[in-house]
Design a binder for this molecule. Sequence first.
Ligand SMILES: NC(=O)c1ccc[n+]([C@@H]2O[C@H](COP(=O)([O-])OP(=O)(O)OC[C@H]3O[C@@H](n4cnc5c(N)ncnc54)[C@H](OP(=O)(O)O)[C@@H]3O)[C@@H](O)[C@H]2O)c1
Length: 321
Amino acid sequence: MKAIVHTKYGPPEVAHLMEVNRPIAKDNEVLVKVYATTVNRTDSGFRSAEYFISRFWSGLLRPKHPILGCEFAGVIEEIGKDVKTFKKGDRVFGYNDKTFGGHGEYLTIAESDAITILPGNLTFDEAAPITEGAHYALNNIRASHIKSGQHALVYGATGAIGSAAVQLLNYFGSKVTAVCNTKNVVLVKSLGADTVVDYQTQDFTKTENKFQFIFDAVGKSSFKQCKPLLTEKGIYISTELGKNAENLFFALTTPVLGGKKVLFPIPTIHKEDVIFLKELVGKGKYKPVIDRHYKLNQIVEAYKYVESGQKTGNVVIKIVD
Ligand SMILES: NC(=O)c1ccc[n+]([C@@H]2O[C@H](COP(=O)([O-])OP(=O)(O)OC[C@H]3O[C@@H](n4cnc5c(N)ncnc54)[C@H](OP(=O)(O)O)[C@@H]3O)[C@@H](O)[C@H]2O)c1
């Protein structure tokens, strides 16, 4: 089968299109023929190993999983002998950050992992980007314990995580203020933001409102900058470590001190989360934003675009037309 393989960590150019053996499903696994996948910041992080700490999961010296691609949508081609809940021909989508494999024509995943049946008549391209940004957003929203009617601010509302966070917070009944670029104001409003702050014309720190939860989905702000906007026991979460990894330090110290807190939750994803997201998609409450489509042989270009930090939502890779 064709797959994008990286045998060493580094820039996008370490990823090559190659012919490799098709994986074989174990007794508890399914073999998925991948129709669509994405290139996202998780794939970029594991490929570049920019943060050395990621190598504790992905291999200290070289990648343990040379085919990346954590998101996938496709059709079940074979099932292991113990698999009970899927059958050949099922249209599925999901998230695999244990062994990855979406950047290949076939991948295997355990039946019990984050995989489920495609919602409704969704196309594979539409289903592939459901999970990556949304599960990070969901983890952080849950960690904040924000309640219906409370105020949340999403900084960087146009990334994969931010655009999912606005929709999920809206679904949970929060009053959402979203910060984005002028060109995306209309889009972010359509995602359900109650108030949109254009960071090119307005300084979001000057807003009069106070927030129970500030979520920096692109890691460009700081706790110090956002602290005056938090309520007395407000929560600040960023997707990045911050200057000198200050967000980790604050996550260890501020909960002990009481008052305004920084949290740094470790993201997880389970089958129930994928089912939850699928139900939201089915109800029309969540729709991943798609920026561009690429083909598998354009992976280097796709990585470069994703790593420009300028994508709006998600970048989809079509494997089968
Ligand atoms: N290491 C990992 O494994 C990992 C995994 C997932 C995510 N992350 C981190 O999570 C963050 C978000 O990832 P993502 O994929 O959701 O987002 P992304 O797609 O990388 O974010 C791009 C968006 O950020 C906005 N943006 C750029 N600069 C901004 C600024 N100064 N102020 C406000 N918005 C700005 C851009 O919108 P405009 O054009 O409107 O500015 C663009 O839509 C990234 O920092 C990423 O590194 C890390």
